[in-house]
Design a protein around this ligand. Structure first.
Ligand code: NAD
Length: 487
């Protein structure tokens, strides 16, 4: 097995360990990949460090780095179907969904290819004609990029593309459950001319190699996307060397529906908000917060529609959504639902795991919820929707903000003023008005509160990989005269 990519070459794990990758939809073997140990992780870090310190990569022009990204995007476009099938097999998501993901990934690579050259420093006017002062941007250095399993390629491109545009070198560590498209992405980058050592790929469990990657003094930055508890651990590990840390963590995202919303659109999108990819979306609309006067009719129809959602494998044309990533995750989701019922929620549909093969869990709706319940506060990362009600705009905002997360939320109303007031008042990194889920690479993505630190995408997504340096030059130096001359 030679799927680790270190210093420009494909190789196996030093210890010879391998991991089987199974399709979550039917538990069949997708493939076997190398499983790195800490020694492999250290070799990848050394390669990235040497490529950065060697100097010539960070002095390549931003145009050249953009061209590598453009060529990579073209290669990915040529192989879109192959990427999509690999993504579907690893994640169990429908092929049609995976195709969207790959197309989005390509758009992201192209965005950063084009954004890089538009970015420049600035001259500072100090008011003193003999002073030349400027702020310039330089690459942060060696970046460790750790990604989750729900959108494997997309999350990798959100990090790798700006890192390359900025002139960083990197070690990418995808989720151990879904490595296939990261392997293909690394091959495309190499085919597009990424020099040896600039991009390195390490596969394996975060529990075994994560600390090696995040604690190393040779690493300047860690960009991590994953769960809250792992994020805390990454931050602690990186703290010893005061690394720059960017975190994209979970969310418990409110979907606020007012009585004056377009009922049919709000209803349909409330389903997509939570049940797309079976709820395994960081921005899933997992909290429906609905105005009391329409609660009964809205929820009645929502439950009816949720019961009809068809589950199935990636290549099942009849399926509308897919499996959960693993048996362990399905059990966690079920325990979450059981605990919610125990604390007083009413089970309106779903709530029982579906027999295998495959790790399926039905769309599940919990009524009569309040913000003090754990099922309302914590992320299930599965197809589980909780329902709360409100009667005033202030209450709706207070409920929407009553969460320790702050990733995304939505407001549904046909009153433009109310829509703006609520959107401004919600403390979440993305707020949709009369929509749910869309994002564009030009706009920043990230979380308030415990949903993370920093931003991906947009100009700030590139800035994460840059250091600002102030260069101040006195063109006519004289003694300062601050201290008296010795007599
Ligand atoms: P996870 O935290 O279990 O794993 C994420 C990555 O971290 C994996 O590559 C894993 O191997 C690695 N890891 C595990 N332990 C580590 C350690 N000690 N040190 C370093 N790395 C380690 O998360 P997951 O289950 O793969 O993904 C689901 C979570 O990701 C959810 O909470 C979801 O909300 C979040 N997520 C957030 C965003 C966002 O943009 N905010 C996007 C996607 C997913």
């Amino acid at each position: 097995m030679s799927e680790l990519f270190i210093n420009g070459g494909w190789e196996g794990a030093t210890g010879g360990a391998v991991r089987e990758i199974n399709c979550p939809a039917d538990e069949t073997l997708v493939g076997t990949v190398a499983e790195a140990d800490p020694a492999d992780a250290l070799r990848a870090i050394h390669a990235a460090r040497a490529a950065f310190d060697g100097g010539w990569w960070k002095t390549t022009s931003v145009i050249e780095r953009g061209q590598i990204l453009e060529r990579t995007a073209a290669l990915m476009q040529d192989r879109l179907e192959e990427f999509a099938r690999a993504e579907s097999l690893d994640t169990g998501k429908r092929l049609v969904e995976a195709r969207y993901d790959i197309a989005d990934s390509i758009r992201c690579v192209r965005y950063f290819a084009q954004l890089g050259p538009t970015f420049s420093g600035r001259r500072v006017d100090t008011g003193d004609p003999k002073i030349e002062s400027r702020v310039q941007y330089e690459p942060v250095g060696v970046a460790v990029l750790i990604t989750p399993w729900n959108y494997p390629l997309l999350q990798a491109t959100w990090k790798v593309a700006p890192a390359i545009a900025a002139g960083c070198t990197f070690v990418l560590k995808p989720s151990e459950l879904t490595p296939s498209t990261s392997i293909m992405f690394m091959q495309a980058l190499t085919d597009a001319g990424l020099p040896a050592g600039v991009g390195n790929l390490i596969l394996g469990a975060g529990s075994a190699i994560g600390d090696t990657l995040t604690a190393s003094p040779k690493v300047d930055m860690v960009s991590f996307t994953g769960g809250l508890e792992t994020g805390k651990r990454v931050m602690i590990s990186a703290a010893a060397t005061i690394k720059k840390v960017a975190l994209e963590l979970g969310g418990k995202n409110p979907n606020v529906v007012f009585a004056d919303a377009n009922f049919d659109a709000a209803l349909d999108n409330a389903l997509t908000a939570i049940f797309l990819h079976s709820g395994q979306v960081c921005s899933a609309g997992s909290r429906l917060i609905i105005e009391e006067s329409i609660h009964d009719s809205f929820v009645e129809q929502l439950v009816e529609r949720a019961k009809q959602i068809r589950l199935g494998g990636p290549f099942d044309d009849n399926a509308e959504t897919g499996a959960l990533i693993s048996a362990q995750h399905r059990d966690k989701v079920h325990a979450f639902v059981t605990a919610g019922i125990a604390e007083g929620a009413t089970l309106l549909c779903g709530g029982q795991p579906i027999d295998g093969p495959g790790y399926f869990y039905p769309p599940t709706i919990l009524g009569n919820c309040t913000t003090t319940m754990r099922c309302v506060q914590d992320e299930s990362f599965g197809p589980v929707l909780t329902i709360e009600t409100f009667t005033t705009e202030e209450q709706a905002v207070a409920l929407g903000n009553d969460t320790y997360y702050g990733l995304a939320g939505a407001v549904w109303t046909q009153d433009a003023g109310k829509a703006q007031r609520v959107a401004n008042a919600l403390r979440h990194g993305t707020v949709w008005i009369n929509d749910f889920h869309p994002y564009v690479p030009q706009a920043e993505w990230g979380g308030f509160k415990q949903s993370g630190i920093g931003r991906e995408l947009g100009p700030n997504g590139l800035l994460e990989y840059l250091e600002a340096k102030h260069v101040y030059q006195n063109t006519d130096p004289e003694p300062s005269g601050w201290f008296s001359l010795a007599t």
